[in-house]
Write a new protein. Structure first.
Length: 291
């Protein structure tokens, strides 16, 4: 019993920084994982990755002006994310290029510009902080920001739930019967950017999308309905954060990658053992053949 306490409870009971890291990462999961489900259902998973890179120049601009201050880097990241999302959408709408190609071009340019900007003033340590985050160094200001983003996200999902589900199934139908089609699309992109900016505080620009997408991708191997998929994605995010932080503490590993790798383990287990996974499909196929 004492061994189990030391393994699972003591790191969070004894250290305030672990408590803040746990609270912050759980809040991130609560907001980001449902957004990841809708990104996946819209077949925009890589667009989320692109927008995660897109916030880097804005965050870097905040860093150049104010150093590692949360508010300027957050505002800069939001502005950069919105500009890239709108710019990629405008290019796809007014030219022959598809949105995924324009998003890829924008995010590659953004990533290069952001890394260059951080490198001009900061050290390699600062660059690693911006790219990979420091979940174990979350302060009260960062936690307040993350909680605010979660409240906005959950409230927006509650208000626009039916429209978001309808757009996932048939966006052309939604636009033909309602004027909410285009506004809902941009509201959703705004939620994506918001949650990536929140995740940037803890996991950095390169890993924040992992907490958004991996639990969502894992949940799809267990259910086909949107509501249970969102709930399961959040629970998977919770489990990944707890497991990742414990692994980081006991094995002296970087906390952000440990969280994402834990989510990756759940994803691969879901591929194999999920109710819609590989093994279940083989068993059902075998039963049909022998029946």
């Amino acid at each position: 019993m004492e061994f189990l306490y030391g393994l699972f409870i003591a790191p969070f009971a004894d250290f305030a920084f672990m408590q803040r890291a746990l609270f912050g990462s759980l809040m991130l999961s609560l907001g980001a994982c449902p957004v990841g489900v809708f990104l996946m259902l819209r077949r925009m998973s890589l667009s989320g990755d692109a927008m995660a890179h897109a916030i880097l120049p804005g965050a870097a601009a905040g860093f150049l002006l104010y150093g590692l201050e949360i508010l300027p880097m957050t505002i800069g990241g939001l502005i950069a994310g919105v500009i890239v999302a709108l710019g990629a959408g405008a290019v796809s709408r007014f030219t022959i290029q598809r949105e995924d190609a324009s998003m890829a071009a924008f995010y590659l340019i953004s990533l290069a510009v952001g890394v260059l900007m951080v490198s001009i003033r900061g050290s390699s340590v600062d660059l690693m902080h911006v790219l990979f985050g420091t979940v174990l160094a979350l302060n009260n200001e960062a936690l307040t920001l993350i909680c605010g983003i979660v409240v906005v996200t959950l409230a927006s999902l509650a208000v626009f739930w039916r429209a978001l589900v309808a757009e996932c199934l048939d966006p052309l139908f939604l636009r033909s019967v309602s004027r909410m089609g285009s506004p809902v699309h941009f509201i959703f992109l705004g939620l994506v950017v918001l949650n990536l900016v929140g995740g940037f505080q803890a996991l950095g620009t390169l890993l924040s999308v992992g907490l958004m997408m991996l639990p969502a991708a894992a949940a799809r191997f267990w259910t086909a309905r949107v509501e249970p998929m969102c709930v399961l994605a959040v629970l998977t995010g919770f489990a990944s954060c707890i497991a990742g932080l414990l692994l980081s503490y006991h094995a002296s590993l970087p906390s952000g990658p440990a969280i994402i790798l834990s989510a990756g383990v759940v994803y691969f287990c879901s591929i194999l053992f999920g109710t819609r996974g590989v093994l279940r499909a083989r068993i059902v196929h075998h039963r049909h053949r022998t029946a």
